[in-house]
Write a new protein. Structure first.
Length: 97
């Protein structure tokens, strides 16, 4: 198996790994993800755009009162891609024994 190049970039791997910890159907706010990963808003946005283009991340923009809020979640396709990525990584690491 080949490692998915969309996920393989370090920042995108950290994003998908963090979102994968959420139960299916749950989501995380952009500021919370930014805080957990200690990334700038611009850097996080750039990597999220790549994941969204691959249909790995679902982005929901809404409002709480007058404040805009962005929520993020792994899509079904993204969760599957992350599982495939981790399986491929395990295979790769196991092959070196």
């Amino acid at each position: 198996m080949e490692l998915d190049p969309v996920i393989h970039a370090a920042a995108r791997l950290r994003i998908t790994a963090t979102l994968a910890t959420l139960p299916t159907g749950d989501r995380m706010s952009f500021p919370r993800l930014q805080e957990l990963l200690d990334m700038t808003a611009g850097n996080l946005s750039t990597h999220l755009r790549k994941l969204e283009e691959a249909e790995y991340v679902e982005v929901t923009k809404t409002h709480q009162g007058r404040m805009p809020v962005t929520y993020l979640a792994l899509s079904k396709r993204g969760r599957r891609a992350f599982e495939d990525y981790t399986d491929a990584l395990r295979d790769l690491l196991g092959a070196s024994e």
